[in-house]
Unconditional design. Structure first.
Length: 456
């Protein structure tokens, strides 16, 4: 392959989408086209940190589109909803809704069957070999066909429909549960990252202070006890940094295990949901209601089937009275009608009533729990807002105090211990402000979660 001098890819280029060309040219990449003898075009994308080559035999317009999509996919981090979807795809209990849906399909398939139960073959033979030995022989055979009771198929179809609705509600419930777990994990990560940044800042500041105290100790301005105090402070800050790094690494590994993603979303802030109270569309409430509906449909089915299904038997019979006589053949038609008694149906009816009662009790429990969680989330968010305002005022005072103490230390009017106290107070105040801001964002996410609002 003969390489020509690389030339910049200039606009306008025939066949190149202008909007996408502007997007590519606005990215921190240098795009260069390298013609070859055989026809393919090599496009070099040079970046400050990375450089990769795209080879194509298509037109430059198609190449630009490919480059645009590749660079966009490389540059854009996942959004909050995309992370939740990834977490749902890795959710261990995701198969439950599919299993419930297959259960509904099985009930519907059964209701669509021509027979109410499995058919059976009936065979019967009689002879007098051990009695009179006159040569009597009788052969009888038939096919048992269970028949549907009036309205039985409709009731089973209703059970199937209720099961399908429950399956979809369970899927929405699981997605909502995953959203809650992802929200908590991401905010824990954000708090851990902030703690890591503060720990790194404190460690750097401790090192600077240690170096400054060491110089002044070498110059004879400070005692060795001051140097030891500064060294202990620096080591303590290094220990805090190691702990913060470990916490973040543990959460990162958990994030990757839960979502299968390596990149974190950049924006996890949420706007507060407009709803103020629980609605029927809340995933947990909807799943509990539809579970109750399915239990009620199952109860109605059991009540409509207090007796067994009738059985129609179609068959034939052939017999001879004595040896040497010809066989007489006849067709047979038999109808078996179970009478059904209250005592026999009572057990099945009681079981169905119990299941319905348990589902209704679960619905009431879910409603009470959701209402309690919503009230708690509302109070938590209001408290987080007030705590943030208080922390901001405390930070302003701590910063001013540190400035005055630092100046006094430089002038020799204050000792090192007082300066370290002021620095610790300032660091604590800054940490509190950042953490209170993050806690307000997490409280908003928890409030939205309690309302049943999903990330958009």
């Amino acid at each position: 392959m003969r390489l020509l001098p690389a030339e910049p890819l200039q606009a306008p280029v025939s066949g190149l989408c202008p909007a996408r060309l502007r997007f590519v040219s606005s990215l921190p990449y240098k795009i260069r086209r390298v013609p070859t003898d055989s026809g393919p075009v090599l496009i070099n994308l040079e970046h400050a940190q990375t450089m990769f080559t795209v080879k194509t035999t298509t037109t430059l317009s198609t190449l630009a589109c490919t480059v645009w999509f590749s660079v966009a996919a490389h540059a854009a981090p996942p959004g909050l909803s995309a992370v939740v979807q990834a977490g749902f795809e890795h959710y261990p209990q995701r198969a439950l809704s599919d299993a419930i849906h297959r259960q509904g399909q099985a009930v519907r398939q059964q209701a669509a069957s021509l027979l109410a139960d499995d058919p059976a073959i009936r065979l019967r033979h009689e002879n007098d070999a051990w009695t009179d030995s006159d040569g009597f022989r009788s052969w009888e055979g038939g096919l048992d066909l269970p028949l549907w009771l009036p309205g039985q198929r409709d009731r089973r179809n209703e059970v199937a429909n209720a099961t399908d609705r429950e399956a979809e509600a369970v899927r929405q419930l699981q997605y909502w549960q995953v959203a809650g777990e992802i929200r908590e994990l991401l905010w824990s990560l954000r708090i851990a990252e902030t703690g890591l940044a503060l720990a790194r800042q404190a460690a750097d500041s401790g090192t600077v202070l240690e170096n400054d105290v060491n110089k002044r100790f070498q110059a004879g301005e400070l005692a060795r006890t001051d140097l030891i105090l500064a060294q202990k402070e620096a080591l303590a800050r290094q220990g805090d940094l190691i702990a913060a790094e470990s916490t973040r690494e543990r959460l990162i590994q958990q994030y990757q295990a839960w979502t299968g993603l390596s990149e974190l979303p950049t924006d996890i802030e949420e706007q507060i949901a407009p709803a103020k109270t629980l609605t029927d569309t809340h995933p947990a409430l909807a799943a509990a209601r539809l579970g109750t509906s399915r239990a009620r449909a199952k109860r109605d089915q059991i009540q409509g089937e207090k007796r067994a299904n009738p059985v129609l038997t179609l068959g034939g019979k052939s017999e001879r009275p004595v040896s040497g006589a010809s066989y007489d053949t006849a067709m047979t038609l038999e109808l078996h009608l179970p009478l059904g008694t209250k005592s026999q149906a009572a057990v099945r009816t009681a079981d169905a009533e119990r299941s319905l009662t348990e589902a209704s009790a679960e619905l009431a429990r879910v409603m009470r729990e959701l209402d309690t969680n919503l009230q708690r989330a509302r109070v938590e968010r209001e408290t987080a807002g007030r705590s943030l305002q208080l922390a901001q005022r405390q930070q302003a005072l701590a910063v001013e105090g540190l400035r005055l103490t630092q100046r006094a230390f430089e002038l020799g009017e204050s000792d090192l211990f007082t300066l370290l106290q002021a620095r610790a107070q300032a660091l604590t105040a800054e940490r509190d402000v950042r953490l209170r801001h993050l806690e307000l964002g997490r409280a908003t996410a928890r409030y939205n979660q309690a309302l049943g609002a999903l990330p958009e």
